[in-house]
Every structure is written in structure tokens, then in C-alpha cells.
Write a protein that binds this ligand. Structure first.
Ligand code: C2E
Ligand code: MG
Ligand code: MG
Length: 551
């Protein structure tokens, strides 16, 4: 809308200018950090008129001081109800930075309303620094001496220059909303935001993003390490009457349901986070029981932990900047195809490779490699995160177990028994061909719990109870039961077995054998009688046994 100077004068005379308050939040916790004061002209006919329509008119016609007084006075009065440590940010125009009285005027207004100056932030745009920088510096230093904080507003637009950042003792960098609004779509904006956040951190400044409208933007900013955010996602500029409701509203993030932070915690302590995060990562990196490294897109070692360096037989320093091909020439042809595919975005888990011992006199070893592509905030691959586990011991144990399985089977078969092998969970790994042939089973049935199938229904519970007791305690197995043979006969069987224990005392295998008993050795019923028992039709017995066994 077109506003005349006369309108601006009238609005100031009639005090129709009011402050609105837009929330500023901590991105990590969703907690309210403070508000920015934004002037609003409540026009009786057309509603709120925005600052770009009247600020420059006021500034160019000597009315900006009056405007500031009106807005600040009302803002401080309303904000005296804001609990500590919530802050208030206030915009000053370029011309106001030429007025040496400004700090005193602001101080008097704050003191009159009892608002602590330490919770006041002064927002300055870069254009304000283009005029009389010496005067701006005197004013800025006085604000700092009063305990106020200084923000560089709309950073990235207009005359962005590193010298502006150093010209005044800024505490905060506000990234302009034009970059935020396009950062989820254009790579350039993302890169600018990322480097601005990085610049802020390296200068010890808190970074704040303006104009956050979507969760996606908020997530990306948080990921980039930006501390504070402001925008419609968190709240539009609201009249003073809404302040109490906004302050009382729960935080957006889960932090609301957590206990209060420990004493002494302030939003500014977030600045330490990147350092803490790095230190923690370094500790994990060095202490990890697996080898870890990061290869860049040229397959050069950008970082490597001590464990992997040792596995490769060279120091950490010797790896840096050298390629995977240079550091492990014998293995490279095997792994190169996987590495190339990882660079194209594919992840690989547990690729098994044989490696030659790097030290003379040591044995060769088996490694499991995992390749995870590392993406930047634009989802582009910037390298590969590599994990290397030495699985030589596991492989050796597996091989020796296989060997002892074979030996056991041979020796039992030799004694004319039907051997069986069972894992620690009671699954049959080997039931002996003769068990398959003599029981009424045909296709690969004895594996896992299939060996229970030919059992008589009346013996099933007893067998299961003995079995689960043995699996739990390691007690040797010795049970008798009836089984249906291929010729439709019920025969008494005796199964005996004992566990083999692993290095830490856990059961790793059961070895045993089944033998057929002479019916006369049994005191109970002769198996022939069983056929006359009504509940033992072959079909129902099988079904019942199977469903119980698989429960
Ligand atoms: P600013 O200090 O950069 O304030 C942020 C501007 O972005 C505000 O516009 C705000 O309403 C708008 N904004 C905040 N979040 C979003 C969002 O998510 N999306 C979009 N599209 N916009 C958002 P507003 O209120 O029109 O103020 C414009 C400028 O006028 C301010 O820019 C500030 O430089 C100036 N200004 C406002 N109030 C005062 C004042 O009392 N004194 C002086 N000297 N300047 C003021
Ligand atoms: Mg501002
Ligand atoms: Mg701004």
C-alpha cells in the first residue's frame, strides 16, 4: 500500500503504532529463547501495515526516534512480564547508529519499565555500517558496556563482507530469510547457509536463522549446527496480548517432557556443543574394537582410527592423504568394485575377505568389511565410511567345530548307532541317514524340530520336558520314547547325548545317538499294544506333535 508522510506523522501523534512479538526458539530443544520486536501500524480500515511501508519514510523525515520511543516504551511495558532468561531483540535503523544518544535513550526506556538490559539484543543491518563506522562503533561499544548483546541482521544480503563482522563486537549472526526459504531446493543456498553457520561458529558467534517456515528447513539448520531459529513455523509476530499464552505454551520439541536443564545452563552453552560432539566422536573412534576410516571420493584416507592403521600395518599419519590402493595394494583389486559402488551410493555390509598378515611371523586373517556412503546435506556422496572387523577367531572356531562334527559322526556310526547333532536351541543339525530311513520320514524332515515328528503323542511332552531341561541346564540327555517306523511299526528308542561347551561356558553343540531298544527290555507296554490305543492314528499323532513342536 502507498503511505504518505502525513499518515506516518498522524499515526505517531495518535500513538497507533504498536509492537508485535515474534518468537525465537532454540532449534535443538524447541525451547523459547526470546522475541523480536517488530513495529505494526494498526490501520483502522486496512488492518496491520508492515514496516517496509513506513520505516524508511520515518527515517528520512526525522521521525525514526519518535517511532522507536513509541514502540520500545510499549514493548518494555509488556515484556516486563516475560520470565528470565527470555530475551527481547530490537531493530535499529542505519540512521540511528549516527545518534550518540541512542544507548542512553534505550537504557532509560528499559529502566523505566524495569526490563534488564542484559536480556536486550540490538539488531543492526549491514547497511548501517556503511555510513559512519566510527560513530556506529562507539554506540555499539556503549550498548555492550550496558550489558546488551549485538546481532548482525539480514546477514548475506547486500554488502556482506567479513570486515563488517569484525567492525563491531557482534554476539549473533542472523542469516537472512532469502537463503532459508530456498535452502531445501537449491544447493547454492544450502552451501551459503552451511558456510555462514560455520563462519559464525569459528568467530564464536551464535547463529540464528530467520524465516523458517517448514520442518524440513528446521531439520536441515539443526543438522548444520545453527542454534536459534525464528519464523512462521514457530509463530508469526503477535500482539502483546498474546505474549502470556505463547510463553505458557509447551515447547515444540520433546524437551517439554524432560526435566529442567541443570543450573547454569544457558542457550549460549550450545556454542560448546560442536566441540563436545567432536571430542566424543574422537573417543568412540579411537576406542572402537573395529577398524574405522573415512575415504574421500578419490578413495584417499581422510581419517583413520588406530585399530585400522594397525591392521594395515602402518601408522595413522602414514595413511593420511594416501589412497586405499597405496595402503593395501594386494587387497585393492578385490574391494575396488565395492568401493566404486559405495561412491555411487550403495551400502555394503560384511564383505568377507582374506588378508595377508601385515607383520612377518603372524598368521593371515579374515576380515569383514562394511562400506557406508557418506552424504552431505544435499544427499550427495562425499566419501565412504569404512568399518573393518577381524573375524579370524570366529572363522577358526567355526572350522574346528565343523571338523569335530565330522569326527563325532564317524565314530558313532562306527559303533552302529544312529548319531545326531543338535544346536544350542534344540534344532537338529544332523539326524543320521538311518534315522530318516528307519523312521517313517522321507524329505529332509529331521532338520530343526522335524525329528520330533515320528514320536508317539503320549511320549511327546516327556521328551520336550527333558529336552528343554537339558538345553537350559546342560544336563546329559537320556530318554526313551516310541517312534513310528517306515513299515508302520511303533518301536521303542533310546536317545542319549551330551553338550559341548564354548570358551565362555555356553553350550554350542549337542552330540548324541539313538538306538532301537529290544521291546522286552521295556517294563511298560509292548509297542504292538499301542496301535490299539484310539488316540494314536498316525495322522493325528503327527499333526499334534508338529504343532506342539513348533510352538
Ligand atoms: P527484520 O528485522 O529482518 O525482521 C524480520 C522480518 O521477517 C519481519 O518482517 C517478519 O515479519 C518477517 N518474517 C519473520 N518470519 C517470517 C517467515 O517465516 N516468513 C516470512 N515470509 N517472513 C517472516 P516485518 O515485520 O515486515 O519487518 C521488516 C523489517 O522492518 C524488519 O526486518 C526490520 O528490519 C524492520 N523493522 C521492523 N520493526 C522495526 C522497528 O521497530 N524499528 C526499525 N528501525 N526497524 C524495524
Ligand atoms: Mg531484525
Ligand atoms: Mg532480518
Amino acid at each position: 500500500m502507498l503511505v504518505e508522510l502525513a499518515d506516518v506523522r498522524r499515526v505517531l501523534e495518535t500513538e497507533k503504532l504498536v509492537p508485535c512479538f515474534q518468537p525465537i526458539v532454540e532449534l535443538r530443544t524447541g525451547r523459547l529463547s526470546g522475541f523480536e520486536i517488530l513495529a505494526r501500524w494498526n490501520h483502522p480500515q486496512i488492518g496491520p501495515v508492515l514496516p517496509p511501508n513506513f520505516i524508511s519514510l520515518a527515517e528520512n523525515n526525522g521521525l525514526i526516534e519518535l517511532l522507536m520511543h513509541q514502540v520500545l516504551r510499549q514493548a518494555f511495558l509488556s515484556a516486563s512480564l516475560l520470565p528470565a532468561p527470555l530475551t527481547l531483540s530490537f531493530n535499529v535503523s542505519p540512521s540511528q547508529l549516527q545518534n550518540l544518544e541512542l544507548p542512553t535513550q534505550v537504557r532509560l526506556a528499559a529502566e523505566a519499565a524495569g526490563f534488564p538490559l542484559a536480556r536486550l539484543k540490538i539488531e543492526v543491518t549491514e547497511t548501517a555500517l556503511l555510513h559512519n563506522i566510527d560513530c556506529a562503533r562507539i554506540i555499539a561499544l556503549e550498548f555492550k558496556a550496558m550489558g546488551c548483546r549485538l546481532s548482525l541482521d539480514d546477514f548475506g544480503t547486500g554488502y556482506s563482507s567479513l570486515s563488517h563482522l569484525q567492525a563491531l563486537p557482534f554476539d549473533e549472526l542472523k542469516i537472512d530469510r532469502t537463503f532459508i526459504s530456498s535452502m531445501t531446493d537449491t544447493r547454492e543456498s544450502r552451501k551459503i547457509v552451511a558456510s555462514t553457520v560455520g563462519l559464525g561458529h569459528s568467530l564464536g558467534l551464535t547463529t540464528i536463522a530467520e524465516g523458517i517456515e517448514t520442518e524440513e528447513q528446521a531439520d536441515m539448520l539443526l543438522w548444520l549446527g545453527c542454534e536459534l531459529g525464528q519464523g512462521w513455523l514457530y509463530g508469526r509476530p503477535s500482539p502483546a496480548s498474546q505474549l502470556a499464552v505463547i510463553v505458557a505454551a509447551p515447547d515444540r520439541a520433546t524437551a517439554a517432557t524432560l526435566p529442567a536443564p541443570v543450573d547454569g545452563w544457558t542457550p549460549s552453552s550450545l556454542e560448546a556443543l560442536p566441540v563436545q560432539r567432536l571430542a566424543q566422536l574422537q573417543a568412540i573412534y579411537d576406542g572402537a574394537p573395529v577398524g574405522l576410516c573415512f575415504l574421500d571420493c578419490g578413495l584417499r584416507y581422510v581419517s583413520i582410527n588406530k585399530r585400522l592403521a594397525e591392521m594395515n600395518g602402518a601408522s595413522v599419519a602414514a595413511h593420511m592423504g594416501r589412497t586405499a590402493q597405496q595402503m593395501m595394494p594386494e587387497l585393492f583389486p578385490t574391494v575396488e568394485p565395492y568401493l566404486r559402488r559405495a561412491l555411487a551410493g550403495e551400502a555394503f555390509l560384511k564383505i568377507e575377505v582374506q588378508r595377508r598378515a601385515s607383520t612377518l611371523g603372524k598368521l593371515d586373517w579374515t576380515a569383514q568389511l562394511s562400506y557406508q556412503p557418506v552424504l552431505d546435506e544435499a544427499n550427495e556422496v562425499i566419501g565412504i565410511s569404512v568399518a573393518v572387523a577381524d573375524v579370524t577367531d570366529i572363522k577358526r572356531t567355526e572350522a574346528s567345530l565343523r571338523e569335530s562334527d565330522e569326527r563325532q559322526l564317524q565314530s558313532v556310526e562306527f559303533r552302529d548307532l544312529v548319531p545326531w547333532i543338535m544346536d544350542a536351541d534344540g534344532n537338529s543339525l544332523h539326524g543320521g541317514t538311518r534315522w530318516v530311513a528307519s523312521a517313517s520320514l522321507t524329505e529332509n524332515p529331521v532338520r530343526n524340530l522335524g525329528w520330533l515328528e515320528p514320536l508317539h503323542a503320549d511320549d511327546h511332552d516327556k521328551v520336550m520336558a527333558t529336552l528343554s531341561d537339558a538345553l537350559r541346564t546342560g544336563k546329559p540327555i537320556d530318554i526313551e520314547y516310541r517312534a513310528l517306523t517306515i513299515d508302520g511299526e511303533w518301536r521303542w528308542m533310546r536317545s542319549r547325548g551330551s553338550p559341548r561347551f564354548g570358551p565362555s561356558g555356553e553350550i554350542i553343540r549337542w552330540y548324541g545317538s539313538v538306538e532301537e531298544l529290544d521291546p522286552r527290555e521295556r517294563n511298560g507296554k509292548h509297542p504292538a499294544e499301542i496301535e490299539r490305543t484310539p488316540s494314536t492314528s498316525i495322522g493325528t499323532t503327527r499333526q499334534a506333535t508338529r504343532s506342539q513342536a513348533t510352538q
